[in-house]
Ligand binder design. Structure first.
Ligand code: ZN
Length: 136
């Protein structure tokens, strides 16, 4: 059974950030999400065009195959982004802003993120990141 707390293609496409997902990670997925909407809608549009006898069989087949590739990308790209973010979070000793991903190393234990202005505490950051990484 898949972990209900991890995020998958469905969560990505629904476009609403689950509570436990750090904003810093979620915001990095925005370009992929819009590319997926654009592509999937485009394919659906071509499908309708094809069904009504206007399309080309080869193009329809190609679109179908690329549709599979897009779904695969929606699973693969977030993993890559997350791995990169995780490296940064670990390198900073969990002192990374949960809201924007800015490294807070060398800053006071409780302060505001200089990048996005969100208040943080070191204990809160560590708990949030560890909770996120434990969910997968
Ligand atoms: Zn920030």
């Amino acid at each position: 059974m898949p972990d209900r707390r991890s995020i998958g293609v469905g969560t990505l496409l629904r476009g609403r950030r689950p509570e436990h997902v750090p904003r810093a990670f979620w915001h990095r997925l925005t370009p992929l999400r819009y590319a997926a909407y654009f592509y999937l809608l485009g394919w659906a549009g071509y499908g309708v065009f094809y069904v009504f006898g206007q399309g080309n069989k080869i193009i329809a087949l190609l679109c179908f195959l690329l549709w599979g590739a897009m779904i695969w990308l929606c699973g693969y790209v977030p993993q890559r982004i997350d791995r990169r973010l995780h490296r940064g979070v670990e390198a900073s000793g969990y002192r990374t802003c949960v809201n924007c991903g800015y490294s807070l190393r060398g800053l006071p234990d409780a302060h505001r993120c200089p990048e996005c202005g969100v208040e943080y505490s070191v204990a809160g950051l560590e708990a949030a990141w560890k909770n996120w990484y434990a969910s997968k």
